[in-house]
Design a protein around this ligand. Sequence first.
Ligand SMILES: Cc1ncc(C[n+]2csc(CCOP(=O)(O)OP(=O)(O)O)c2C)c(N)n1
Length: 397
Amino acid sequence: MSSTETPATPVDHELSWPDPCEIAGTVRLVAPDGSRLSEDAVALSGHAVYAAAAARTTPDELRAMYRDMVLVRAFDREATSLQRQGELGLWPECRGQEAAQIGSAHALRPRDHVFPSYREHGVAHVRGLDLREILHLFRGTEHGGWDPTAHGFHIYTLVIGSHTLHATGYAMGIQRDGDVGTGTDRDRAVVAYFGDGATAQGDVNEALVFAATTNAPVVFFCQNNHWAISAPTTVQTTVPLVERGAGFGVPSIRVDGNDVVAVKAVTEAALERARSGGGPTFIEAVTYRMGAHTTSDDPTRYRERAEEDAWSQRDPIERLGALLRAEGLVDDAFFAGIDADATELTAGVRAYCRSLTPPPAESMFDHVYAAQHTLVDEERAWYGQYASSFEQAAAGS
Ligand SMILES: Cc1ncc(C[n+]2csc(CCOP(=O)(O)OP(=O)(O)O)c2C)c(N)n1
């Protein structure tokens, strides 16, 4: 290019109102209207192996995934309202991403470990974390959140992409512990959840290098929800994100992230490969953030209503609900029962949230190190004197 030429601009900001999951190579097993794709159509796209896995998904599992999605959406809505009413400092909604999260989490085994970012409420729920525990962090009554070892679900990470390195390091540890490729229940793997924006972060790229070169048992689960706050995916990449993984030598696959059946099948295969010693996989789950980035964001400032409307036609919960009805796997009582459970859940969430009080300030020194440490002891003592100086001043001494 000569110096007088206009430099090539990144790909135009093409709003993805056409369905991006209709791109060849994207695994889709259930259409947005809830009908299963024909065997021929799936075979033609080369995804018969996933259709076969999906066929093994039992009616009980399908019903369980539907229930999880509805409960998580109800929780998410309640937490959003609580923030609006001043009970939480901030809330990152996961609305629209339930299939990506719940389908992938249903593919996990108890011994696997998850490294989430900050929006994975659906994964947390499936891992068995009491959703109410997430509120502490966003009400500011705890610094971190929960015991990562209790459910194999690590704490939320707000530093974009940094946890993909933690996940890869953990996966390398699993290898060194001999928990890969034994062909027994001992085998385990790791999933790192992150967004489309995070793929432009150095940490994610470094994690992919380490995972590829060490053959680490880690699945990179990228939820492409089309927006990194106000930045569209097109400013993060000029190629489909799935090609990022391939560039690192990591087998990569693109899945319709609003098709819970396809997401589960694809993640199961990736986890199985990782546990058996086959190494990492990069999954691009194409989905949409139906809500705001967080309660501090106003998406009407940067995206079109028509785009939101187009994606509301691809709602993951409605899709699975339609499939369950079409296949005669549920009746009205099933839906009514879940609605009742959701109402009970949200009432409990509200009461619990309001009951949370700030911890004593000195508790900030409690979990700095696993063991006692002289520096922390000094800082705690200094803080104690500083805090009591106010009481002394108030008493006029
Ligand atoms: C290292 C770092 N840089 C910038 C930010 C500010 N930030 C918070 S969320 C966000 C966008 C993340 O987008 P994406 O990875 O697509 O995830 P999403 O929020 O859409 O789930 C940014 C830039 C941050 N938290 N950490």
